[in-house]
Write a new protein. Structure first.
Length: 149
């Protein structure tokens, strides 16, 4: 199980799922998690205001992060703009395992309106439990991507 620094942020579309995942991480996984916002529901908020600071912290600290919006795409695009971030859309358990094992992602993007709370929890747990494989082919591919930065 992953036990390093963990951050979470959302927008209004992911606010309720964010609250549920925080309870799960603290109560079930017995792990600390830092909520970077929003602190309350505001249907006019903008996800970049919360997920870009999260991505910067993840990149600077070598941590992991969870970002949530309605479809997961906007938060994925935004966080991937930050140097050092490899964010992936977690829409099922196999993808959560692969995105960590093969792609060494450091941010999990979740689509709140497309997942039940239980499915999102299962995806999160799989992502946290999976370690990067360190296989040469995956390292080679990630090195090619890192050259773009």
């Amino acid at each position: 199980m992953y036990k390093e620094k963990l951050y979470i942020a959302s927008d209004h579309g992911g606010y309720q799922l964010k609250r549920r995942l925080i309870r799960y991480v603290i109560n079930e996984l017995k792990q600390e998690i830092t909520d970077l916002g929003p602190e309350s529901y505001d249907e006019t908020d903008d996800y970049p205001d919360y997920v870009i600071p999260l991505a910067k912290k993840v990149a600077d600290e070598g941590a992991r992060g969870i970002v949530i919006c309605k479809n997961g795409i906007g938060v994925c695009i935004a966080t991937n703009k930050v140097k050092g971030i490899k964010a992936g859309l977690g829409y099922n358990i196999d993808v959560a395992k692969s995105m960590m094992g093969h792609d060494n992602t450091n941010i999990l993007c979740l689509p709140a309106k497309l997942l039940s709370d239980d499915h999102a929890i299962t995806i999160l747990k799989q992502w946290l439990d999976t370690e990067f494989s360190e296989e040469k082919r995956h390292i080679r591919r990630l090195d090619k991507i890192n050259e773009l930065e």
